[in-house]
Design a protein around this ligand. Structure first.
Ligand SMILES: O=C[C@H](O)COP(=O)(O)O
Length: 248
C-alpha cells in the first residue's frame, strides 16, 4: 500500500519524567540546528514534563517543533490534585497530548473509560490527542494482542473525531527494554489498527525502543507514519537522527 500524502509523518519525543528547565535549554542548543536538515512535511513534537512547557513554548515559537503534553484531565477545573486541564495546556502553547500511555495505565489506574474521557476533552479544547495502545509480553504470548488492541480502540475511540487524532502502537514489552518489535510485525499490527478505524488517514506511530539504528527500517514500512520515542528523544544527537530519518 502506498503512503497517501494526507497521512502526516508525526515524530514525537516523550520525555516522561526527565529534564529540568536548564536541561531542556541545553537539549535545544544541541537539537535545533539539526532541524535545518529536516525534510518538509514532518511533524516534530516534544512532550516534556509540564514544568518545561512555558520555557519551550517561548523558545520554540516559530520553529518546526510543536509542543505536546503527557496528560490532560477531563474536567476544565476542579479539585483534582496533580492533574492538568485543557485550558492550562492550550495557554502554554500545547497542540498535542499523549493519552493512555501504558505507564499511565499501569501505574496510575488509567482505564479505557478514562482514556476516552481524556480524548474527548483534548479534542474539545482543540488539541490533537495521541492515543497509545499496546499489549504486554504475557498478552502477546497468550495470542491476545489483536483482541486486546481491538478492545482498546473500541472503548477508547467511542464518539471520538477521527479527523483530529494520532494513534501510537506501543507494545509494552518493547518500551525501554531495547527489544524492538520487528518492523514488519509492527507494520502488520498497525495495518490491523487502521482497518478498525473509520478514517483510514489517521497517522499511526510505532513506539518502543526506537533508536537511530532502527529508525530507517521502521519508517520504511508502508503502514507506519511516525514514531513515539522515549529514551532516544532525550539526547539531542540521537533524536535529531530519528527526526531526520533517511527514506530507504
Ligand atoms: O512514549 C514512548 C515510549 O514509551 C517508548 O519509550 P522508549 O523509546 O524509551 O522505549
Amino acid at each position: 500500500m502506498t503512503k497517501l500524502p494526507v497521512r502526516k509523518i508525526v515524530i514525537a519525543g516523550n520525555w516522561k519524567m526527565y529534564k529540568t528547565q536548564a536541561e531542556t535549554q541545553e537539549f535545544l542548543r544541541g537539537f535545533l540546528p539539526h532541524l535545518e536538515e529536516t525534510p518538509q512535511g514532518r511533524e516534530v513534537i516534544l512532550c516534556p514534563p509540564f514544568t518545561d512547557l512555558s520555557v519551550l513554548s517561548k523558545t520554540l515559537h516559530g520553529s518546526l517543533i510543536q509542543l505536546g503534553a503527557q496528560n490532560i484531565h477531563w474536567e476544565e477545573y476542579g479539585a483534582y490534585t496533580g492533574e492538568i486541564s485543557g485550558p492550562m495546556l492550550t495557554e502554554s502553547g500545547v497542540r498535542f497530548v499523549i493519552v493512555g500511555h501504558s505507564e499511565r495505565r499501569q501505574y496510575f489506574g488509567e482505564t479505557d473509560a478514562t482514556v476516552n474521557l481524556r480524548l474527548r476533552t483534548a479534542q474539545r479544547f482543540g488539541l490533537t490527542p495521541i492515543l497509545c495502545v499496546g499489549e504486554t509480553k504475557q498478552q502477546r504470548d497468550a495470542g491476545e494482542t489483536e483482541s486486546l488492541i481491538s478492545l482498546q480502540l473500541d472503548k477508547g475511540l467511542l464518539d471520538i473525531d477521527q479527523s483530529n487524532l494520532v494513534i501510537a502502537y506501543e507494545p509494552i514489552w518493547a518500551i525501554g527494554t531495547g527489544e524492538t518489535c520487528e518492523a514488519v510485525e509492527a507494520n502488520r499490527i498497525i495495518g490491523l489498527i487502521r482497518s478498525q478505524l473509520s478514517n483510514a488517514n489517521v497517522s499511526i506511530q510505532y513506539g518502543g525502543s526506537v533508536k537511530p539504528n532502527n529508525i530507517d527500517e521502521i519508517m520504511a514500512q508502508p503502514e507506519i507514519d511516525g514514531v513515539l520515542v522515549g529514551g532516544a528523544s532525550l539526547e539531542a544527537e540521537s533524536f535529531a537522527r530519528i527526526v531526520n530519518f533517511q527514506s530507504l
